[in-house]
Write a protein that binds this ligand. Structure first.
Ligand code: BES
Ligand code: ZN
Length: 960
């Protein structure tokens, strides 16, 4: 599951922002990701669960120390001396390997006759009978070795001794080893790419969370910090990089090799180590600067200037964080490298941050605004970790939410500093908060914070990297920063970092420092920071606050999208929260109100005849708001006659709350639909985008039914003014809108206008596409609009357009360009072209296997493609299962993608039949299938309940 999300973070934002929804190029797109993304796109009826809770630990208690997944506390590492030599050419057995040796100096803290150190998939050289050599330091005598072995299940090298190690004494353990330089994107791995038609191999690493142990034997836990002295041996034509600055390389005589050593690292965790051997080049702005900043990438990308944007922004963002944290960046350099194959979006290795290419490189001619934003915010996220995560590290992975949630939150502050006109703090609401509210409203969500003892195995650690950790983590920190003020928040942070630098913490340490800052500033809270915040992190979900403006009564209730779902996870706080309520009356902000109980009354919140009330201004709090129907009516009236009096993010929230409250059966669907009525006056991105995401679900449910006509007519009516607005501000489509979010909304305008048949839209897009077809060497289409334009032109066109796009896809040298085309190819309305495209998906000559999953899902996302894709995967299931296994094609994600429209008894039975037929060949798709069955039932219920109402509503709105 975790794996899916890693990808999702990278891709989800791109998707939302650049609206290339289902296309993401992904290495492993997991079902969870797809589900979470669906929350971004779709008005949720109650659909399948988000992230499932961490798997409970094994029931039977382990007996021996090496059966525990956690290291004993008897030894503590001090420093390592590691030499690694990756072979960039295969050996006689056609294997890529690396060799290495390592000496770890450690201190004995408690007497023990056992050394347990992580080691995974390493072939350790034997010295006599033993896998390691031990010696005592500073006069200590090392006991002799009794027995050594590799304990595979818990990933240890175990060294039994004939006598005890003495507390206070230091020892060193030497190992020599061979490992495989695999292409599995974990540990020390290789990446093969071509440069000017020549195959190249590079070696790089990815340790987090638990793969440092695959590279050399080490105490691979975040609290086992040490200093690392690294040396890399590598071919002369390559450069070697690691966390620290390199010393001058030394030639190794007689071989075409050089040896590069690096300055010792700071005291740090193993998961932050990094090594790269490659033939890349770099750019740097000022080699004399105190901190050397370099951007590394393939030569051509650097030559083309694709690293320039990253270079331009890194310095300012680093400076921003130094000021924000009041702490100097402690290293002498900051390298950032764009890797052709990378499992995640990016990784915050201290001093050598790794990125996938799309997260670091920006190509002005080809990249869209969304892609640019992704670069800025990813850099900002990873730089934020240099302090929060790297300098101060949580003790164990159970507090991952603090690390990732925090970096996610402050990445928007850093990005806002680097790009002040982008409104990144608003964008955070769109990218993180609104989507995760959909996820966290499920009965099977989980609390942000886990117990240390519940997270043991590597898989359990990986599962934690989900949207709750990232986005809800960011949301609750933003809420906290909101009620203690941003400056007090950063003051608390500064003393926290100062106290714990080079050490480890638990989240309570942060609460303590924030409390100190609150007290110092004289901020009055109803209770302590800890009391307030624990309710948000130790119980899953969030409340819906209902305000009755007739009586002033305020109540709170755990918000569940499916009101009938059972919550079987007990909460220490009984699913009650301490809720900071910001609110305004008729446009005038009122003093914050704290909701401390399940039910209270605040008579200030009662209204006179012409007043309206709005709570949770700008979604500062992580909760939803419901009102009495009278106030809802007044808010709707306000939207129609002066929507600017309601702050923009709140307009967004009104739409999002209303649609979600429908799912929870707390308001009628017509109320939710009514929140979209004012959109013909709205030009802002966030409200439009939110409405679009919700209506996407209506599309899925109705695009094959009689509701579709009136619905499209309604949308056409609403979007026409927006389309004309953009036509005007872009000088009849000649310019790009100046404002960042306007650029996003321009995409919405064109996409909705073209799909609903607004006059002038198709002519525009097909015209642009024609121009490109006539002169394929020059593509003048604005990169922001490419996805929409290609899609619309291919939908309108025939085989000629499709074949042109296909050949452009095959020739595309820029991955994002290929992605956009791959997405657009699914837009054709010709079944035979779609079918041919589906067949291409299983032909690696045509479509790389890594892209097959997203291509199939994209085809299935279209009304015409969906039944074709469903037939196709049923026919080809065995082939896919046997030929590709589960690593290269994500069968679960495909099931999810293909069944999202299912909403009838007939489709439900088809799914059941499929489950029965393929019982033996489902593998990891099995849970996706169960979720698809559940989702189908939900859709069926939703249809039964709403179809008629929705039909009538759209009809009446369009026949007025
Ligand atoms: N530390 C993570 C990368 C990571 C994720 C390592 C999962 C191991 C498991 C990094 O800081 C991160 O969060 N990367 C995000 C991108 C970021 C901009 C949200 C990613 O890779 O998706
Ligand atoms: Zn991160």
């Amino acid at each position: 599951m975790g794996k899916g999300l890693y990808i999702s973070k990278a891709v989800a934002v791109t998707c939302v922002v650049a609206a290339i929804a289902a296309v993401a190029t992904i290495i492993a797109l997991a079902v969870v990701y797809a589900q979470e993304k669906s929350k971004n796109e779709v008005a949720p009826p109650v659909t399948a669960s988000p992230t499932s809770p961490p798997t409970p630990t094994t029931p039977s208690p382990p007996k021996e120390p090496w059966d525990h997944y956690r290291l004993p506390d008897s030894l503590s590492p001090v420093s390592y001396n590691v030499t690694l030599w990756p072979r960039l050419k295969p050996n006689a057995d056609d294997l890529y390997i690396f060799t290495g040796n390592s000496t770890v100096v450690f201190k004995c803290v408690k007497e023990t006759d056992l050394i347990i150190i992580h080691s995974k998939k390493l072939n350790l050289t034997k010295f006599g009978e033993y896998h390691a050599k031990l010696s005592g330091l500073h006069g200590a005598t090392a006991p002799s070795l009794k027995k050594t072995w590799l304990e595979e299940p818990t990933q240890y090298l175990v060294v039994q001794l004939n006598g005890p190690l003495k507390p206070g004494s230091m020892y060193e353990l030497f190992t020599d080893f061979v490992g495989e330089l695999t292409d599995d994107l974990g540990g020390f791995y290789r990446s093969e790419y071509t440069e000017d038609g020549v195959k190249k191999v590079l070696a790089t690493s990815q340790m987090q969370p638990t793969d440092a142990r695959k590279v050399f034997p080490c105490f691979d836990e975040p609290a086992m910090k040490a200093v690392f002295h690294m040396t890399l041996i590598h071919p002369r034509e390559t450069v070697a990089l690691s966390n620290g600055m390199n010393y001058d390389p030394v030639n190794i005589t007689a071989q075409d090799l050089i040896q590069t050593s690096f300055e010792p690292t700071e005291i740090m965790s193993t998961y932050l180590l990094a090594f790269v051997v490659c033939e890349f080049s770099f750019i740097t702005s000022n080699p004399q600067a105190e901190v050397l900043i370099r951007i590394w990438a393939q030569r051509k990308a650097i030559e083309e200037g694709q690293g320039d944007y990253a270079l331009e922004k890194t310095g300012p963002i680093l400076a921003f964080f130094e000021k924000y944290y009041n702490s100097t960046y402690p290293l002498s350099k900051s390298d950032q490298i764009a890797l052709p194959h990378f499992r995640f979006g990016a990784m915050e290795n201290w001093g050598l941050i790794a990125y996938r290419e799309t997260a670091l490189l920006y190509n002005p001619g080809f990249s869209s605004t969304g892609e640019k934003e992704w670069v800025a915010s990813t850099i900002s996220h990873e730089l934020a970790h240099m302090w929060f995560g790297n300098l101060v590290t949580t003790r164990w992975w159970n507090d991952l939410w603090l690390n990732e949630g925090f970096a996610t939150y402050v990445s928007y502050l850093g990005a806002d500093y680097a790009e002040p006109t982008w409104n990144m703090k608003d964008v955070m609401v769109m990218n993180e908060i609104i989507p995760v509210m959909g996820v966290d409203a499920s009965a099977s969500s989980h609390p942000l914070s886990s117990k240390e003892e519940d997270i043991q195995k590597p898989e359990q650690i990986s599962e934690l990297f989900d949207s709750i950790t990232y986005s809800k983590g960011a949301a609750v920190l933003r809420m906290l920063s909101g009620f203690i003020t941003e400056s007090v928040f950063s003051k608390g942070l500064q003393t926290y970092l100062e106290e714990f630098k080079y050490k480890n913490t638990v989240y309570q340490d942060l609460w303590k420092h924030l409390q100190m800052a609150v007290d110092k500033a004289g901020i009055v809270l109803p209770t302590s920071v800890e009391e307030i915040m624990n309710r948000w992190i130790l119980q899953m979900g969030f409340p819906v606050v209902t305000i009755n403006t007739q009586t002033g009564e305020i109540t709170q209730k755990h918000f569940l999208l499916d009101p009938d779902s059972e919550v079987d996870r007990p909460s220490p706080y009984n699913y009650k929260w301490i809720v900071p309520i910001t609110w305004m009356k008729t446009g005038e902000a009122k003093p914050d109100y704290w909701l401390l109980d399940e039910e209270t009354t605040n008579t200030n919140m009662t209204l006179d005849a012409d007043e309206w009330l709005l709570a949770n201004i700008n979604t500062k709090g992580f909760y939803r708001v419901n009102y009495d129907s009278e106030n809802w009516e007044r808010l709707l009236a306000k939207l129609s006659s002066g929507h600017q009096d309601i702050p923009m993010i709140s307009r967004t929230q009104i739409i999002d709350d209303a649609f979600n409250l429908v799912s929870a059966k707390m308001v009628n669907i017509t109320l939710a639909l009514s929140t979209t009525k004012y959109l013909d006056k709205e030009v802002e991105y966030m409200p439009w985008e939110t409405a679009k995401r919700h209506l996407a679900y209506f599309h899925l449910m109705f695009d094959r039914s009689e509701v579709y006509g009136p619905m499209q007519a309604y949308l056409k009516k609403k979007v026409t003014p927006l389309f004309n607005y953009f036509k005007k501000i872009t000088n009849n489509w000649a310019d790009v809108p100046a404002n960042h979010t306007d650029q996003y909304n321009q995409m919405n305008a064109i996409s909705i206008a073209c799909s609903t048949g607004v006059e002038g839209c198709k002519e525009l897009t097909t015209g642009w596409f024609r121009e490109w077809m006539e002169n394929p060497a020059v593509n003048k289409i604005n990169p922001n609009l490419k996805t929409r334009v290609y899609c619309s032109a291919i939908a309108e066109g025939g085989v000629e357009e499709w074949d042109f796009a296909w050949s452009m896809y095959k020739n595309a040298t820029i991955p994002s360009e290929a992605e956009k085309l791959m997405y657009a190819l699914a837009c054709t309305r010709q079944p035979w072209l779609l079918n041919r495209y589906l067949h291409y998906c299983l032909d690696p000559e045509k479509i790389p296997v890594k892209d097959a999953t997203s291509a199939i899902i994209t085809i299935a996302s279209k009304a015409i493609g969906q039944p074709l894709a469903w037939d196709f995967i049923r026919e080809k299931w065995d082939f896919m299962y046997n030929e590709y296994g589960e690593s290269s094609i994500n069968m679960g994600a495909i099931i999810y993608g293909v069944t999202r429209r299912f909403s009838s008894e007939f489709e439900y039975n088809q799914l059941l039949q499929f489950k029965e037929d393929k019982a033996e060949q489902l593998g990891s798709a099995s849970s996706a299938l169960d979720q698809a069955l559940e989702g189908t039932k939900t859709n069926m219920n939703w249809m039964a309940q709403n179809k008629k109402l929705v039909h009538e509503w759209f009809t009446s709105e369009t026949t007025l």
